[in-house]
Design a protein around this ligand. Structure first.
Ligand SMILES: *Cc1c(COP(=O)(O)O)cnc(C)c1O
Length: 383
């Protein structure tokens, strides 16, 4: 085992960032292909930036944020936070009592770690279900959580979504939706309704996922609850700061469905190219992925590495050798180790699918050699 804990994941991320820096410095940004589906964009005009230096800007951006945010997500009020995780934490700090239950329904495990970890902080009992037939809301439940689309882009069934909301509301329990990428995936690709329109009380999305905003979170929902969450968020410094709010506003203005649609169609061609050499890739709504288990199966060799190690190693090789950024190399601790190639971001349109599949094959062949040697593998992951 190479990656044993969160600290190892932090070290792996630091190594990945230094590789990225080297590529940008020595070969140029054009030789990097960010296929994470997270763009960390910061759209701002000079005029916007000048406003930031005064106290006027935040007042203007905040006002625009309300209108654009409600248009994007529905609900009565919008509140922007530093990350989706910060929004989840602020909501759980505000609405969940010690020793009460929090139940979470998601289309497929695992859930994002911020949900169970926030429940731990307030000493609540956390239960999670990805089998709808087993889903229950026990007595003494203070919050029901629903994930609209998982970290691996598995999307909820809308009928089940509605049923969970109904079950919670029959017991007067508020519903929090983790719609980090779902707010766009579900609505644009799967034609589902906005979570607020389905009756959810609080919905959080990531302004960095499948849209060109900065890492940040947007909370929409019932005014009364948002106000409560805002107080908690301010106490702990979880709210978005004016520069982020500016970039979130501009990303919302810029957002259109087109790239999402294009990637939705392009993925079929992509997977048939990959299937000439591989058997274990699966489709996602906007690209393809390979889980750690399937990657190990594809590799089919004896190795001391865990499935997760193999995924991290593949992600690092893709980055180092081919300049391809996937989430496992750069992610925060606890994020999904699945290798996902998202075709919806700008960089994906700068590559032909033939070239991209060649890059993946090259990296896979290197993985095949290196994964037999755990010392070498460890060097590649941590440097
Ligand atoms: C990405 C993601 C999060 C966390 O977003 P951050 O901005 O990294 O805090 C939470 N839940 C799901 C389902 C996600 O995909």
């Amino acid at each position: 085992m190479i990656i044993n804990n969160y600290l190892d994941e932090v070290k792996k991320r630091e190594n990945a960032l230094s590789i990225i820096k080297d590529i940008v410095k020595n070969k140029g940004r054009d030789n990097l292909y960010d296929l994470t589906g997270l763009s960390g964009g910061f759209i701002a005009s000079d005029e916007d930036l000048n406003l930031l230096e005064t106290y006027v800007g935040p007042a203007i951006f905040e006002d625009e944020l309300q209108d654009l945010g409600i248009e994007h997500m529905g609900g009565e009020k919008i509140f922007s936070v530093n990350r989706t995780s910060s929004g989840i934490l602020a909501t759980i700090l505000s609405l969940v009592d010690e020793n009460s239950n929090v139940v979470h329904y998601l289309p497929e495990l695992p859930s994002h770690p911020s949900i169970p970890k926030s429940c731990d902080l307030v000493r609540a009992n956390y239960l999670e279900f990805d089998n709808f037939d087993e889903f229950i809301i026990p007595k003494n439940t203070s919050l029901v959580v629903v994930t609209g689309a998982t970290m691996d882009h598995k999307v909820i069934d809308e009928e089940k979504f509605k049923k969970v909301i109904d079950m919670a509301h029959q017991k007067d329990i508020p519903v929090l939706v983790d719609d980090a990428s779902g707010a766009r995936l579900r609505t644009v690709i799967f034609n589902q309704q906005k979570a607020c329109d389905l009756g959810a009380d609080i919905v959080i999305t990531s302004t960095d996922k499948l849209m060109s905003g900065p890492r940040g979170g947007l909370i929409a929902g019932k005014k009364e609850l948002i106000d409560k969450i805002k107080v908690k968020a301010n106490q702990f410094g979880l709210e978005a700061q004016p520069p982020s709010i500016l970039a979130i506003v501009n990303a919302l203005k810029e957002f259109n469905d087109e790239n999402l649609f294009k990637s939705y169609n392009r993925k079929y061609e992509f997977i048939s190219l990959l299937n000439k050499n591989f058997t274990e890739f699966e489709l996602t709504p906007t690209g393809v992925m390979i889980t750690p288990e399937k990657l190990a199966k594809q590799l089919n060799i004896n190795s001391d590495l865990s499935y997760k190690d193999i995924a991290f190693l593949f992600s690092m090789i893709l980055l180092k050798e081919e300049g391809i950024i996937t989430i496992p190399a750069v992610s925060m601790p606890g994020a999904s180790p699945t290798i996902r190639f998202d075709l919806s971001t700008g960089d994906a349109f700068n590559l032909t699918l033939e070239r991209l599949s060649k890059k993946i094959l090259n990296s896979f062949n290197i993985l095949k050699k290196i994964s037999k040697d755990s010392k070498k593998s460890s060097e590649i992951i941590f440097n």
